[in-house]
Design a protein around this ligand. Structure first.
Ligand SMILES: [Zn+2]
Length: 385
C-alpha cells in the first residue's frame, strides 16, 4: 500500500484496478486507483516496482522525441509558456530558469527562442543531455534533483508533466524550495483530475497510463505545496485538442513557511469516479469489436503497440485473437514483442492483404487511416476503436 503522500493518511478507498501488459515480457501488472479518505487525494497505490517502471520506460523509449516533437506536446508547451509569461510579474531575459524533468529541452527552447539567456535543464539521462546540446544548444544536467547541487538559486523552476509520475513528493517539493530564493516562482503542469469526469473520454483510461500515479486537482496540489511555503498566484485548466484532455497549469510563489492544515479536496474523487464509469462504457464498446474478431478468428495486425495497446491486451480478449503482428512507427519498439508477437515498422504491412488492421490509437487514428489508404492502398479491412 502506498500511504497518502499529501497527508500521510492510510485510510484508502479503492476506485479502480488498472491492469497493464508489460512490453516484451507478456507479464501483466496493475495498480489500484484510490482516494485518501482523509484529504481526498486520488492516486495510484500498489504501483509496479521502480525496476518494472524503468524497464517499461526503456522498452518504450518514452519522453525522448529526437526526430520531432509530437504536435500535441508542442501545443501544450506553448500554452505553458504563454501562461508563465502572462502571470509571472517580473520574469526578465536574465532570470535564471531551471526545468526539472526537461527531457531534451523542448520546453526550454521556447524560452531560448524568446531571448532568455540563463536556462538549464535537469533530466537523469545522458542521452537527453546530449540531444539537448546537439539539437537546441541547451545545457541539460544528467542528474536527479537529489544529486543536483548547483550552488546557486533560480528565479523560476518549472515542472511540466513531471509531478504525476513521481513518489516521495514532499521530499521533492522541499528540495525545490531550497533552490528558490524568497519570492522565487514555481510553475507546475499536471493532468487536471478535476476535469477527468467532465466529458466522455475519447480513449478509455488514458489517464491511467502506467507511469501516471498521481491525479492532482488544484486543491490537492495546494495541499502538497503550501506546507513548503508555496502560495498559488495563478492557475488555469487548459484544454489540449490533440490529446483531448485538460492540463492544470499553476504558478506558485515561494515565501516563509507556515504549516496550514490540508483542506479536504472535494472535487477529485467524484471526478475520477465519473471518469472510471465513462471509461468502462467506452471500453465495453471496444471489447465488443474485439469479441467479434476473437470469435471469427480473423487474422489481424494491430497498428499501435504503445500504452493503449498494452492496456487493451490486459483488459479485453485481444490475447485470444488471431494476431499476426503489431506495427508501430516508434523505432524503439521494433524488434520487441507484445503477447509474443513481433512489433514491426508499418512498412511490414506492404503486400499483406490477408489481414485486417486493428487501429489501437485515437491520437494518431486519422493519420494511420490516411497512411493505410495512401501508402498501402489498404481496402476495407480496417477496424477502428
Ligand atoms: Zn491524504
Amino acid at each position: 500500500m502506498r500511504t497518502c503522500e499529501i497527508c500521510s493518511g492510510h485510510r484508502l478507498r479503492q476506485l479502480h484496478r488498472q491492469t497493464f501488459l508489460f512490453p516484451g515480457t507478456n507479464r501483466t501488472g496493475h495498480y489500484d486507483v484510490v482516494t485518501c479518505e482523509d484529504c481526498g487525494f486520488t492516486y495510484a497505490s500498489d504501483i509496479p516496482s521502480r525496476a518494472e517502471q524503468e524497464a517499461y520506460y526503456e522498452a518504450s523509449g518514452r519522453h525522448l522525441h529526437a526526430a520531432h516533437v509530437p504536435a500535441g506536446l508542442a501545443e501544450a508547451h506553448r500554452a505553458f509558456y504563454d501562461f508563465i509569461v502572462a502571470n509571472h510579474p517580473n520574469l526578465a531575459t536574465d532570470s535564471a530558469i531551471l526545468d526539472i524533468g526537461s527531457s531534451m529541452g523542448h520546453f526550454l527552447n521556447l524560452f531560448k527562442s524568446a531571448g532568455y539567456r540563463s536556462i538549464l535543464g535537469l533530466e537523469p539521462s545522458s542521452m537527453a543531455s546530449t540531444l539537448a546540446r546537439d539539437t537546441y544548444g541547451i545545457e541539460v544536467i544528467p542528474a536527479t534533483l537529489e544529486d543536483f547541487h548547483p550552488g546557486r538559486q533560480f528565479d523560476l523552476i518549472t515542472l511540466c508533466g513531471v509531478l504525476e509520475h513521481l513518489t516521495s513528493l514532499h521530499d521533492l517539493v522541499s528540495g525545490i524550495g531550497r533552490l528558490l530564493p524568497d519570492r522565487g516562482y514555481l510553475f507546475i503542469a499536471v493532468p487536471d483530475a478535476a476535469s477527468f469526469g467532465e466529458r466522455e473520454p475519447r480513449e478509455p483510461f488514458l489517464e491511467f497510463a502506467l507511469e501516471h500515479i498521481n491525479f492532482f486537482t488544484d486543491q490537492s496540489l495546494d495541499n502538497l505545496l503550501r506546507p513548503h511555503g508555496f502560495e498559488r498566484v495563478a492557475s488555469l485548466s487548459q484544454w489540449n485538442d490533440f490529446y483531448a484532455n485538460r492540463y492544470l497549469l499553476a504558478l506558485y510563489n515561494h515565501g516563509p513557511i507556515e504549516r496550514p492544515a490540508p483542506v479536504r479536496d472535494e472535487s477529485g474523487t467524484d471526478s475520477v469516479a465519473r471518469y472510471i464509469d465513462m471509461s468502462n462504457a467506452r471500453l465495453a464498446t471496444i471489447a465488443g469489436k474485439v469479441d467479434a474478431l476473437a470469435d471469427t478468428g480473423t487474422p489481424i495486425v494491430i497498428w499501435g503497440a504503445g500504452s493503449l495497446a498494452s492496456r487493451l491486451c490486459a483488459t479485453t480478449r485481444l490475447p485470444e485473437c488471431n494476431i499476426l503482428a503489431f506495427v508501430d512507427v516508434n523505432p524503439q519498439l521494433h524488434g520487441q514483442t507484445l503477447l509474443g508477437r513481433p512489433i514491426h515498422p508499418p512498412e511490414w504491412l506492404d503486400g499483406r492483404r490477408e489481414a485486417t488492421v486493428f487501429i489501437a490509437s485515437y491520437v494518431y487514428g486519422a493519420e494511420i487511416r490516411q497512411a493505410l489508404a495512401d501508402k498501402f492502398h489498404w481496402g476495407d479491412a480496417i477496424v477502428t476503436i
